[in-house]
Design a binder for this molecule. Sequence first.
Ligand SMILES: [Zn+2]
Length: 323
Amino acid sequence: MLVKTKEVAPSVYAITIPTPFLVGPVNVYVIEGEALTLVDTGVKTDEAKKVLAYELGELGYSFSDIELVVLTHHHPDHIGLVEEFGHATIAAHPKTEPWLKGDPLFVEEKNAFFRKLYIAHGVEANIVDLIEKTNSFYMKYSSTMDVEVYLREGNYIDGLPGWTVIETPGHAQSQISLYRESDGILISGDHLIAHISSNAIIEAPYGDETERPKTLLQYRDSLRKCLHVKRAFSGHGEPVDNPKKLIEERLQKQVEKAKGIKYLLGEERLTSFEICKRLYPQMYTKQPGLTLSETLGHLDLLEEMGQVTAVKEGNVYIYSAVE
Ligand SMILES: [Zn+2]
């Protein structure tokens, strides 16, 4: 095996697991706390399961030794193998739960919400089909499981003394990070990634919420919550050695990108999907969901900055620049 499990911080071990996704391999973490803990599980494939078993074995453990599984967020590359840990306590943000349950009402409401959203943003029917196909491709690699312990902002975790939960929504509504105060380290899931900027993916409202969350604005707030972190261990790629610097760069780049969109908009009146096609002329057909999230997120930012307005005409939002 090429990948080698390594101790990245005292009592914290990183395991890198392959995924069939564009993002590449995913990192999960073993914490030797009071409870032997696994943070994230990797994707549901035979190959991933084999690698996880092998690497746990290198540390002297097997699946059955894991007592606590903490999930950083609901994406399949992070939760896909959770079914292997039915014997352990499963802890996650409450918004992970409907995904793990595959709750039919949740799925139906989510799909209905997205159909409306796509119409409201001018997405063509063939692209909607493509987004739905991509989503069901991803969901094949997910898992079903009950969440036993809800993790929320500021919570301590039974079995993991010294660690606290920071809610870091933006990339996913269910996204949490785990912070260890004694040495200032963060297990950040996909909240902080060194080599790629995390996509603030559009999601439907949950439960009683009525509006879609403005995910890029949320993401920016969540970034600012982590400025004090000394080192971050990410769901993908290498550790983040200087989180403050990375966060400041990300915040700045988002503003620059937003300004670029305003410039591109010029004096035209366009839907967000028309803007998306101009921004990503090649990529929008390959990754329509992600490119639309990027576009809409930065339009939300421009609106917040007072640089752009959105007016609903009929069923569709039209964006124009403010002079
Ligand atoms: Zn993710």
